[in-house]
Design a protein around this ligand. Structure first.
Ligand SMILES: [Zn+2]
Ligand SMILES: [Zn+2]
Length: 398
């Protein structure tokens, strides 16, 4: 694409975007101001992505990250300051972003994106930008974004190397299409081999340089700008960055027609239910006209329903996603034996009295209910008022 030559005109000194507006056709004021964007992961990449969104005068961003700022983050995270040490990364980022661009509304979620974040926070976004350091979460986000019909932009760095690419919903290759046996094994290493979650200290960390993070995040935001402005974007085409050589390359990937990640959540029903107050029975009743009866609630994860202790014979309810239950908690507090976790991923009429919160369903989630007539996905939109912090109306900022 060619940019129009800047015309000679006198910028309005009161308009912070006067020079952006010169980028005719690349930066459109109302497109950027109305865009709904989510950034998943606020590490080195997420910091750079958010910095760019703030400079480009985005007005609404949802940010999701479960970690807190450590001293070692300060060397490659443009939004973190020494005073932020120990704070949630999302809180620290929101603090600096308020300085960088006071008009940017930040919905900050300090939560594990896979297990603690309602999918309603991702549904309805115009684009999701990933600043992730976990292959498994990328794999999850790819399936989820595709199912929700939202494009997402992947980015990754390793030392002086990195890549950025966009994936479109409904068409073309996805992140999973080209998975090799080795890729699947890499996911399995994280999940299936261990029944419960790794404790935080054991989780893998990838060395990131601030230079690679900066260029990859810039490419991601550029792709997001193209998607938002309706410029053509080829799904799955990656920009490969090698700062060591240095070298830039573009590489495509084929679509795999047998890929299991191409299913769509259809239909999604908006309900007035809230995860805090509704029960499994309420959810089943709301879905019954669409899916028929008897129906079941399909959890998005294996839930550790309870721990059974062979040592002392006690059964203790847990009802949390496997990924949120550290392996260390399997030890019985009463007798010290290693307890056996009992997993469930499906709830039925016998669970009707349990509240959705009690079974680990997060606010504003989109929950599958399956019945004889098929599946429906119910958004717990009753949580929207509480789950999304209310701020100034986006449309009131011209
Ligand atoms: Zn695919
Ligand atoms: Zn015991």
């Amino acid at each position: 694409m060619t940019l129009a030559q800047p015309r000679r005109r006198i910028p309005d000194p009161r308009d912070r975007n006067a020079r952006l507006a010169w980028l005719d056709g690349w930066w459109d004021r109302s497109t950027v101001h109305l865009a709904r964007v989510a950034v998943v992961g606020v590490g080195a990449l997420g910091n750079e992505i958010l910095k760019n969104l703030a400079l480009l005068d985005f007005r609404q961003v949802t940010i999701i990250d479960r970690d807190t700022v450590e001293r070692s983050n300060l060397s490659r995270s443009v939004l973190f300051r020494p005073r932020h040490e120990g704070q949630p990364k999302v809180t620290a980022a929101a603090d600096t972003l308020a300085d960088l661009n006071p008009a940017l509304r930040v919905d900050a979620l300090h939560a594990d994106v896979v297990h603690e974040t309602g999918l309603g926070h991702l549904r309805g976004q115009d684009v999701i930008l990933a600043g992730l350091d976990s292959r498994r979460v990328r794999w999850w986000l790819n399936r989820t974004a595709r199912a929700l019909g939202v494009p997402w932009v992947e980015g990754a760095t390793q030392g002086p190397h990195g890549h950025a690419m966009a994936f479109l919903p409904g068409a073309g290759p996805c992140y999973e299409c080209t998975f090799t046996d080795q890729d699947w094994r890499a996911l399995d290493d994280v999940a299936s081999c261990r029944q419960l979650a790794l404790d935080a200290a054991v989780r893998g960390r990838v060395a990131t340089s601030p230079t690679a993070a900066s260029i990859v995040a810039a490419a991601q935001v550029h792709l997001a700008m193209d998607l938002l402005h309706g410029r053509p974007v080829v799904g799955g085409r990656s920009l490969l960055v090698n700062l060591e050589a240095p070298d830039l390359m573009v590489s495509g990937r084929p679509e795999n027609p047998a890929c299991e990640a191409h299913t769509r959540f259809e239909p999604v029903l908006d309900t007035a239910l809230s995860a805090r107050t509704a029960t499994v029975g309420d959810l089943l009743a709301a879905a019954a006209p669409t899916v028929g009866e008897p129906a079941t609630v399909e959890l998005r994860w294996d839930s550790v329903w309870e721990f059974d202790c062979a040592g002392c014979g006690r059964t203790s309810p847990v009802r949390r996603a496997r990924g949120l239950v550290p392996h260390s908690t399997a030890t019985c507090p009463d007798c010290g034996a290693e307890r056996r976790p009992v997993f469930r991923h499906r709830l039925g009429a016998e669970d009707a009295g349990l509240s959705l919160a009690a079974v680990g369903i997060p606010p504003l989630d989109v929950v599958e209910v399956r019945g004889p007539a098929g599946s429906a996905w119910l958004e717990l939109a009753g949580d929207r008022a509480e789950a999304v912090p209310t701020g100034t109306d986006r449309d009131s900022h011209p």
